[in-house]
Design a protein around this ligand. Sequence first.
Ligand code: MG
Length: 203
Amino acid sequence: MKIICVGRNYSEHIDELKKEKPEAPVIFLKPDTALLKNNAPFYYPSFSEEVHYEAEIIVKISKEGKNIAPEFSHKYFEEVGIGIDFTARDLQRKLQEKGLPWEISKSFNGSAAISHFMHKSTFTDIQNIHFSLYQNQLLKQSGNTSNMIFSFNEIISYISKFILLKPGDIIFSGTPSGVGPVKIGDVLTCFIEQQEMLRCEIK
Ligand code: MG
């Protein structure tokens, strides 16, 4: 399986990073070795001093597809969850300044924490899901998928032009504003609506 992520998909997060609004979805990959499941702890990596959390709604691809039209995208996923796109911000900044790919700042071991999944029929409208992240019980991120620049249907269609989607692939759909650094001892909790979905201790 592969993990495909969308960057800069919420305006307020683009503003906080002082970046420009993209004309097309910004896509990057994480390897399967980045996965962190079953509320496993996140081990702070030695190569960074500024690891940020980014809470994101995730979907799991259920059917193989390429060149999917946006109006058919909804047939290619059944399940929705929440994840944390851990980012070594200091490393990312350094690489970006040099115009280099920032792959390693996003794809390192344990950088993709994911919750269990819920069937999409749980939601009346997947483009109107409220989600949040708490750091040590303090609310840090509060977002709604209604504020995505590119919808799930648009993202899936766009990715499938370039990359064959396969069952089990996971898509991270971008983070709202409020990203920030973690430190050892923190506990991050992620909610979809009122339901706690993911808990991650930083070790
Ligand atoms: Mg992200």
